[in-house]
Write a protein that binds this ligand. Structure first.
Ligand SMILES: Cc1cc2nc3c(=O)[nH]c(=O)nc-3n(C[C@H](O)[C@H](O)[C@H](O)COP(=O)(O)O)c2cc1C
Length: 223
């Protein structure tokens, strides 16, 4: 159970939270980001046993890339959609509804080539839907994005081979992973974003073990 702040301090509602967990690693039991989402679920379930979870796999079974027909349909006025358009948007609509129905999102993702794995990018292309998850403030292209996913929180649980990607660190300029995810979810209206990143996986040894201890501790302290 979580308290949900509706903006009014006297209007704190108790809700059973719905949590959407998105895993993006192509790896199964070897995946460290998957281990982080697993620990998150276990921790959360102990704390809030009535909350519910939905899993969305985009690593081992990626969602399809968007196509020419998808783009044409997604930018059409809803009232003018024909049965073919509806068909091509079916999965995207399901994914968008999954987001709308959840209170909390947890993304478990590797860093791949300084960004996110292509399966997660394909998923983001499917959910960045004009007039569904975001819109232009004026209704026409005006460079001012208004997010349509309200009152949600996102945890990004990432795993990276190297380190130094955080603010002010040497590799900050190469981090297109957590910064990208934070930006697109901000555009969709999710401003409450917490990033927890496991570093040094490729070095192993004590360097990695230290990061694992710190990151697991942070997850165990989530509330
Ligand atoms: C194809 C590929 C590209 C990678 N690119 C990077 C990278 O750019 N920077 C980095 O720090 N680690 C990189 N790594 C290391 C992964 O981020 C690291 O192994 C991570 O733990 C993978 O996530 P997983 O354990 O959930 O599968 C890469 C690994 C692979 C397989």
């Amino acid at each position: 159970m979580k308290t949900k702040n509706t903006g009014n301090i006297f209007d704190l509602k108790f809700i059973m939270a719905k949590i959407l967990v998105i895993n993006a690693s192509p790896r199964g039991h070897r995946s460290h980001s998957r281990a982080l989402t697993g620990l998150f679920i276990k921790t959360w379930q102990t704390r809030y046993p009535d909350d519910s979870f939905t899993n969305r796999e985009v690593g081992q079974t990626p969602v399809p890339h968007i196509t020419e027909n998808w783009i044409a349909a997604a930018f059409k006025d809803k009232a003018t959609l024909n049965p073919e358009d509806e068909k091509v948007l079916k999965l995207s609509n399901e994914l968008v509804n999954e987001l709308k129905n959840a209170d909390l999102f947890v993304i478990g993702t590797p860093m791949y080539n300084w960004g996110i794995p292509s399966g997660l990018k394909a998923y983001i292309d499917q959910i960045m839907r004009i007039n569904e998850t975001w819109k232009f403030r004026s209704g026409e292209p005006d460079g001012d994005y208004v997010g349509l996913l309200e009152n949600k929180k996102l945890y990004i649980l990432s795993s990276r081979g190297d380190s130094g990607y955080n603010k002010g660190e040497t590799n900050e300029y190469m981090n297109f992973q957590t910064t990208y995810l934070k930006t697109v979810f901000n555009i969709m209206g999710v401003s409450d974003v917490e990033i927890i990143s496991l570093d040094n996986e490729e070095y192993g040894g004590e360097r990695f073990a230290k990061s694992q201890r710190e990151i697991n501790q942070r997850i165990l302290q989530i509330r």
